[in-house]
Design a protein around this ligand. Sequence first.
Ligand SMILES: C[S@@+](CC[C@H](N)C(=O)[O-])C[C@H]1O[C@@H](n2cnc3c(N)ncnc32)[C@H](O)[C@@H]1O
Length: 215
Amino acid sequence: MTEVTELELEPAAAAEIAGDRIDVLRAFADDLAARGEELGLIGPLELPRLWTRHLLNSAVLAPLIRAGGRVADIGTGGGMPGLVLAIVRPDADFLFIEPMERRCLWLNEQIERLGLENAEVKRGRAEEFHDAFEVDQVTARAVTALRKLVPITAPLLRADGEMLFLKGNSVEAEIDAAAKVLRKHRLTDIRVEELGVGQLAETTRVFRAKIGSHG
Ligand SMILES: C[S@@+](CC[C@H](N)C(=O)[O-])C[C@H]1O[C@@H](n2cnc3c(N)ncnc32)[C@H](O)[C@@H]1O
């Protein structure tokens, strides 16, 4: 059987979504495809869907990033969504909060290799940075359930800051299970948006909410 890699099947929407940053995104895709499995960043089954499931699934968040803002991506791992967003939104600054050393090394290597001047890695768990800084937006994908993600990310946000979490079909159930913490952290404008409609074969669901005063 001939192995078909996703890089040969880069979706047409990739260039549309990444705009003039497509070459940088391709350079990241190439290295992730070549070394991601060996480094334990991505499972072997994910390689044939690297673009649709991972890179573009992350990149479609780009229009929601505030221009000139500061974003903390929690649990960036191999680079989703934080590194992808730093590539396609060079006008915003990104912090990648990641506790695993090997993943931090990978992220730092990519920042250097791709010449990203708007990204920085902070090694540690989100909880360790609660008094260290305040950002305009936090992003996360596949880190933990909403009822745990909200308490560990809310203290990182400034007033009027926003949570943007990529979630699967479980998002409504996660919102129900998190009702108490959503109230406790005074989240407002809570909504779920579907991104990538008309662009991606598999659309992405994002949980959005704003934070009021920390009280
Ligand atoms: C399943 S991986 C997902 C990686 C990446 N976000 C993605 O979607 O491909 C979860 C990542 O979250 C990190 N992580 C787990 N708990 C964390 C915490 N409390 N704060 C920051 N990162 C955390 C892990 O080290 C791991 O890299």
